[in-house]
Design a protein around this ligand. Sequence first.
Ligand code: CTP
Ligand code: MG
Length: 418
Amino acid sequence: MSRSVEPRVAVIVVAAGSGTRLGADLPKAFVEIAGTSVLGRALHAVFGMTEAAQAVIVAPAELVSAAESIAHGVAGVARDRVDVVAGGETRQASVAAGLAVIRPSVQIVLVHDAARALTPSALFDAVAAETTRLAHGVIPGLAVSDTIKRTDAAGDLLETVDRSELIAVQTPQGFPREHILAAYAGAREEFTDDAALVADGGFPVSVIDGDPLAFKITTPADRRRAEDLCATREGAPRIGIGTDTHAFDDAKELWLAGLHWPGEAGLAGHSDGDAVAHAITDALLAATGLGDIGSVFGTSDPQLDGAHGEVFLRGTRARLESAGFRIGNVSVQVIGNRPRFAARRAEAEALLEEFLGAPVSVSATTTDGLGFTGRGEGVTAIATALCFPVDNFPAANPVAGLPAGERNATSRARRLGE
Ligand code: CTP
Ligand code: MG
């Protein structure tokens, strides 16, 4: 250990199990989820913590060096905070092996199942912060949503359990160093989690909100769920195109690019006829594979009678964000003789950017008198949109492209105002 590294927090990542229920041909921590090992994914979250923690990886004895190379790959320049040890027969024995190597500076110990590979860094931060604040054990838990029943050995129903007093417990579980060391030193039986052991040792333990993403990969169905989640969040950037055309209708007001254009002929259509907003909507939906404006919003929904572009654009943005995407940028070109965009281009761009939360460029052109736009019969808009799966969004984390170690070093430096 380098003398400059004196972490206050240690995270013991237990990865020494065989993964019997998963039934893969490798121990579970080495099984890949969308191209990255379960252990690698778990460690990504550890090295994404705001605090630079010691990472103790507990691996199957025959795979200690394989675990070390995964950990060094994730840690990057922070590899001096990594320690890898061989695990034991049971999870509890594996945690004990990890506890044996926590560094002298460590005051808070988090214990985490590598099998909870998609647990967000924020949950580690929250557990570490609450453990520090309360000075006793803290574990994440989720309310139980299924009805729970007790059965006898033959599978016959005995009773329904009151689920309001139940929680499903996750990891990371955090403890003050002295609590977990004393509890492990005095342990006389096997417990299924560290909180049970620490509580049995006479120390208090509190619960904070867990995270659905901290689910444990136990069965092949869990693995498929994890694969699906990663595919959505981490895929390549996606591009989409959309066009829309509306005829002029003198009886209507003109709404285009989200703006009202007093004195200009309006555009026909079920909504306000904003061809720019509609083309952008289609481009965004096409980029993210979420359908098109007709299938998503319906062409005859009475609620959309006269609806302005804002409704479509904000609605589309919400849909794609909840599907795991962010908008990179949008470019749209208006083709028509009127209105003249030059004087209001910046205004249109600012408004569309507000709706979409992303840069939008608007350009306009005429067609030299040719075609229906040249004859002044209507307006066409052509839009292109670039979207990113959230975990791959360049601006979501300005240091996301750096190796995890450097990323952590950068976030530390920022906190110190360097
Ligand atoms: N674990 C460990 N050492 C053991 C047993 C389990 O480090 N002797 C770790 C696992 O690697 C896993 C976590 O404890 O990250 C939770 O255990 P579980 O999900 O039960 O994993 P496995 O024991 O590997 O799976 P199974 O019970 O299906 O064999
Ligand atoms: Mg097990």
